[in-house]
Design a protein around this ligand. Structure first.
Ligand SMILES: [Zn+2]
Length: 98
């Protein structure tokens, strides 16, 4: 069983970590998103949601570039707090995932 821990609550949904990954749950249902035929949908209610909800960041990947990407995705709704939220969320995630 994986434990999902909330790192930050944002207008686009909660930023969470589980199993060495960081991702953003949907604001409507607190569920993950999945890619549909033409768009990303909420796994629970199938509403169309932002592309951010189909994304996930592996903390221990060599390709890990999470902080900047997450900040960019948060910027439209979180403005000047986007970088701080992203940095804090990833720092906490790294701490929790060892
Ligand atoms: Zn939903």
């Amino acid at each position: 069983m994986s434990t999902v821990t909330t790192l930050a609550s944002t207008p686009i949904g909660d930023v969470v970590t589980a199993d060495g990954m960081v991702y953003v749950l949907t604001a409507c249902c607190g569920a993950s998103g999945k890619g549909g035929a033409t768009s990303v949908v909420c796994r629970k209610c199938y509403a169309t949601v932002g592309e951010v909800h189909a994304r996930g960041w592996e903390l221990h990947s060599e390709r890990f570039v999470g902080t900047d990407e997450l900040a960019a995705l948060l910027r439209p709704s979180c403005k000047q707090y986007a970088d701080a939220i992203a940095e804090r969320a990833f720092a906490r995630a790294v701490e929790l995932n060892g």
